[in-house]
Design a binder for this molecule. Structure first.
Ligand code: AHM
Ligand code: MG
Length: 323
């Protein structure tokens, strides 16, 4: 079986980008090991801190963030990093060509209950001479990503990534400590009858989203003429992985619980990398009104409504929002 480095080399990825991806994976293997140790390593539970968005930080959020940050800022090709768990961008090498954004441990409410979590990453090119601690250099739309992916820490550890040439799955072979190719050119089925959304927020959604879900719940008798199934893991990495494996639609729409926020999920750490993966696998990704990767970020911690997955179902949701 082919190792990750062999696949990247065969795809003609620049050696500098390969080293950046390699370093992200070194940190992710360490995170996977610590998650596997769980309570034995004393890393479960919360810290006394909150991140810039006012969310309680789990110990493993902070540990994972530091592992990624430390290795990436000392990588010669990394100009800087932006993380969901860092208030500000952090400078790397002033001559570095790449910027890395990441959610070190997404779905962290699942850590203490021993369910799947993941690391999400995105790589952009630094377009001008600004230093990596200047957030302006990061404010590019998702179409500029040169690589994106996630590592899912589940029963097996799976890296899913794209460099713009399709989506591959790599499984961590713990005998050799390497990610090996286990599925190439992943394609999301265009149609689905499985949706994922946090139904408890229903009363806070916009009328368009309420109407779409109402119509799903009407099943064969309703306007969508299908019997739907529902899933909610509360871990975006696990939801997107399910969609890449068997299709589906995942939504975290705008809601009025905190009107100043466009949605719960973050554009640069969650929306853009997942959108690149989904589009590269033949799916679609939208805010409900426009493609997520066309949204221009105003700040590194911007939020975005997310609707992604099987392309015909995403098109239906977009039609509800735009008709
Ligand atoms: P996090 O980055 O703080 O972990 O939040 C993101 C997660 C997603 O993985 C998941 O889709 C969503 O939050 C779950 O939210 P909820 O708790 O509202 O179900
Ligand atoms: Mg997180």
């Amino acid at each position: 079986m082919k190792r990750l480095d062999q696949v990247l080399a065969a795809d003609g990825i620049p050696a500098e980008l390969e080293l950046v991806i390699d370093h992200i994976m070194i940190a992710c293997k360490d995170i996977a090991y610590k998650l596997g140790q769980g309570e034995l390593a004393g890393i479960l539970g919360a810290t006394e801190d909150q991140n810039v968005q006012g969310e309680t930080q789990k110990k493993l959020d902070v540990i994972s963030n530091d592992l990624l940050k430390d290795i990436l800022v000392s990588n010669p090709y990394v100009r800087g990093i932006a993380s969901e768990e860092e208030d500000y961008t952090v400078a790397g090498n002033a001559n570095g060509k790449y910027l890395v954004t990441f959610d070190p441990l997404d779905g962290s409410s699942n850590i203490d209950v021993n369910l799947s979590v993941g690391t999400i990453f995105s790589v952009l090119e630094a377009k001008d001479n600004r230093p990596g601690d200047d957030q302006e250099v990061f404010l590019q739309n998702g179409r500029n990503q040169v690589a994106a992916g996630y590592v899912l820490y589940g029963p097996s550890v799976i890296l899913v990534m794209t460099t713009g040439k399709g989506v591959n799955f790599f499984t961590l072979d713990t005998n050799i400590g390497e990610f090996v190719l286990t599925k190439s050119n992943v394609q999301i089925p265009a149609d689905t009858a499985e949706f994922a959304i946090n139904m408890s927020n229903q009363r806070f959604w916009e009328p368009e989203m309420k109407q779409y879900i109402d119509d799903c719940l009407k099943g064969e008798e309703g306007p969508l003429a299908k019997r739907y199934n529902m899933r909610w893991v509360a871990s975006m990495v696990a939801e997107v992985h399910r969609i890449l494996v068997r299709g589906g639609i995942f939504m975290y729409p705008y809601d009025t619980r905190e009107p100043s926020k466009a949605g719960k999920l973050r554009l640069m750490y969650e929306g853009n990398p997942m959108s690149m993966l989904v589009e590269q696998a033949g799916g679609a990704s939208s805010t409900g009104r426009m493609d997520i990767m066309d949204v221009a970020p105003k700040g590194i911690h911007d939020r975005v409504p997310v609707v992604l997955g099987s392309k015909n179902e995403v098109a239906k949701v977009v039609a509800y929002h735009t008709k």
